[in-house]
Design a binder for this molecule. Structure first.
Ligand code: BTN
Length: 267
């Protein structure tokens, strides 16, 4: 596939998409880096009140959850990380990664993408196939201010022969919309949603966003299995609780799941 004509990230177009919020962000754009999460964690920017964002056209060592790889080809996906800081002394809250997924979902819906769903804790699916992945990594930050690096990858236009290791299969925006939006516009739109939702979250906690998350729950009331943790579990997905933990109706009663990989249990 000829990818020499892909659209590179552009600072002016990102600022235009951020609109009134442009001043709230510091956005650094790179043609290439190993991983935007790795870079941001390794070199934490000073706390100047802005949200620091690092985006790259291509990552050479993109990382996913649970040790997976986020593969990268020129023009194939939007890849970026944003550093979110919290009030000094406060613990970094557990529902953050779900809120990030919801922000991506809202940005996609605003663009007209149909069939957007969330797979706990934070995959974004379209008609059942993975369109975006999120890797949240915590850092003590500088001083006493805890921080989270929120890394997001959104498929724009995958090569047809892309081999990607997700049970759901994958999709991209070119498929969902007929054509992919420019990466800069998409970046700005997702950052605006992150800003809005993280403000709600900081003020009112995950419970204020729980309903919106559950409306998009890909596995609501369906039989699922949890793997990847010491104890394998299965049951009916009963949504998420006020902290963002997954609720599972099992043969032994209602269980809260804090980590693991959820998959649909086929009859
Ligand atoms: C997953 O689906 O397992 C999470 C994928 C997260 C990928 C993004 S791309 C930008 C940021 N940098 C990384 O190395 N990973 C995240």
């Amino acid at each position: 596939m000829d990818r020499s004509d892909y659209e590179a990230l552009d600072a002016g177009a990102v600022a235009a998409a951020l609109g009134d919020l442009a001043g709230a962000f510091s956005v650094v754009l790179l043609a290439e880096c190993d991983s935007t999460n790795t870079r941001l964690l390794a070199d934490l920017p000073p706390d100047d009140g802005r949200v620091h964002v690092l985006a790259a056209d291509v990552q050479t060592s993109g990382r996913g959850r649970r040790g997976r790889v986020w593969q990268s080809w020129p023009g194939a996906s939007l890849t970026f990380s944003a550093l979110w800081r919290f009030a000094p002394g406060s613990p970094v809250p557990a529902g953050l990664s779900l809120v990030a997924g919801l922000a991506v979902a809202r940005a996609l819906e605003d663009l007209g993408v149909e069939g957007v769903q969330l797979k706990w804790p934070n995959d974004v699916l379209v008609h059942g196939r993975k369109l975006a992945g999120i890797l949240v990594e915590l850092t003590p930050g500088r001083g006493r201010t805890p921080a989270a690096v929120v890394g997001i990858g959104i498929n724009l236009h995958l090569p047809p022969d892309a081999e990607v290791e997700y049970a759901t299969g994958v999709t991209d925006l070119a498929d969902s919309l007929g054509c992919a939006p420019g990466p800069s516009e998409l970046l700005g739109r997702v950052l605006v949603q992150l800003h809005r939702l993280f403000e709600v979250y900081a003020a009112a906690g995950f419970s204020a966003l729980r309903g919106a998350w559950q409306q998009r729950n890909a596995f609501a009331d369906l039989p699922v299995s949890i793997s990847g943790e010491a104890e394998a579990l299965s049951g009916i997905c009963a949504g998420v609780d006020e902290d963002g933990a997954l609720l599972l109706n099992t043969a032994d009663g209602l269980r809260r799941v804090l980590s693991g990989e959820v998959s649909l249990r086929l009859a």
